[in-house]
Design a protein around this ligand. Sequence first.
Ligand SMILES: [Zn+2]
Length: 108
Amino acid sequence: MAIGLDIRKNDEVRVIAGRDRGKTGRVLEVEPRKRRLYVEHVNMIKRHTRPNPAKQIRGGILEKEGPIHISNVALVCGDCGPTRIQHRQTAAGKKVRVCAKCGKVLDK
Ligand SMILES: [Zn+2]
C-alpha cells in the first residue's frame, strides 16, 4: 500500500483513528521505514525528565508528540477536508498529489 508514504512533512492531516481521532494538525516528522509520523499536538505523551543543572534542564514532566501510525491519518484537502490521494503527472512531467474527491492539486 503506497498511500502512507504520500504524507509528507508539513502536510495538514486529520487523525482518523485512535485516541486523537478528529484532530487536525501539521506533520512534524515522518519516519517512512517505520510507517509512522508525528503530528503537532497529537498523541501527546508525558516524559519525566530529571533535573540537569549543567544543561539548564529543570526536572519535571515534559509533554511531547508521540508517533502515530501513518494509516491513522488522512491528508486534508483545503476544499473537501480529509481525503484520499491520487497521483497525476503535470504537463511539465512532474508528479503531483491530487485530491481524489475534487482533483485539486495538493502539492505546493
Ligand atoms: Zn478536494
